[in-house]
Design a protein around this ligand. Sequence first.
Ligand SMILES: *Cc1c(COP(=O)(O)O)cnc(C)c1O
Length: 355
Amino acid sequence: MKKHNFSPGPCILPQQVFEKASQAVLDYNGIGLSVMEISHRSKEFIQIMENAQNLALEHLGLQDKGYKALFLQGGASMQFLMASYNLLETKAAYLNTGTWSSKAVKEAKMFGEVMEVASSKDANFNYIPKNYTIPADADYFHCTSNNTIFGTQLRSLPETDVPVVCDMSSDIFSRKLDFSKFSLIYAGAQKNMGPSGTTLVVIKEDILGKVSRSIPSMLDYRVHLEKDSMFNTPPVFAVYVSMLTLEWLKEKGGISSMEKINETKADLLYSEIDRNPLFKGFVANKEDRSPMNATFNLTDESVKEQFDSMWKEAGINGLNGHRSVGGYRASMYNALPLESVQVLVDVMREAERTS
Ligand SMILES: *Cc1c(COP(=O)(O)O)cnc(C)c1O
C-alpha cells in the first residue's frame, strides 16, 4: 500500500510520474531502448531537455522575457557557490532565515563582502525578519523563499532595484509570485520537481559577465547557457522525471491551481495544530508559516511514543522534524494529496481523544 508521504526531500512525486518513468526505464516511447541508455545528444533526449526547460519557464511566466532555464548538477548547495562566483564583485546582501541561507552566506564570503541585512538566528529561525534595508550598491540580494527545516516562508518580497537571487528549492511551482522580479532562481529538484540529481537554474542573461574574476567552465553560467545545459553529460534520468512532473503540473492547471490546493492542505493541518491542545506550532507568527513544511511540537512529551506509533500505523512516512528543530514536520509538496493531510489530522484528533 502506498504510504502517506510527508518526507521533506527527496519527497513524494505524482503517482502518474512514477508510472511513466518506470515504463521509460524499460522502453522509452517504444524505441527499444531505456531512457537511461540513450545518448544525451540523441534527438529523443534533446527533446526531453528542451521540453523541460520550456515547461519550467512557462510555469513561471518567464518565456520571452530574457530568461533561460538550465538543469545543472551539484544540488542547490552548488548554487550557493555558483551564484556568488558569477555575480559577486564587491558586496552582496543576504537575508539569513535558516540553515540553507546560512550556508549560502558562508560560500559567498569567499568572493566578497557579505552583508547580512537581517537574520532570525536569535530565535532559532522561527520567524521571518521584516524590517531591513537592502543597500542600493549591493551586487545582488539573496534570499531563501521557503525555509524547509524551520517551516517559514517569505510571503512577500522586499522592493529593491538590485538583482534578486532566490533559493526556491522547497516551494518552487507551489505558489504564484511575480517571478520576473528575480534575476536568478535556483531549486534542487528533489523537493517539488523531481528526483535528486539535478538543479533547476533560471537566469536572466543580462546579469552575467559583470565580475572581473575568471570562472572555471563547470561553474560558469555562461558556459552552460551557451551549450544549452549540455556542456557535459546532464543527469538524463533526473531531467526526464522533472519534465514529467512539469507536464503533470500543466495538466493540473499550473501553479495557480496548485496554490489553491496547497492552501487548502495547509489550512487543514494548521487549524488542527492550533485547535488541538496536544500540539503547538513551531513558527512564532502565523503569517510566516510555510504551506509546504509545517513544523510543530507536542505540548506533552509523554505522549510521544503513543503518537509516533499511531501515525506510523496509519501509513504515514517522513513526519519527524529536523534535528535542529525537533518535534514534527509535515512536508506537503505539490504531489501530496489532500487525503494524506486528512489522515494525519485524524491521527492527531485520535491522539487527543486517547491521551
Ligand atoms: C534541500 C535544500 C537545499 C539543499 O539542496 P541540495 O540539493 O541537497 O544541495 C538548499 N536550499 C533549500 C531551501 C533546501 O530545501
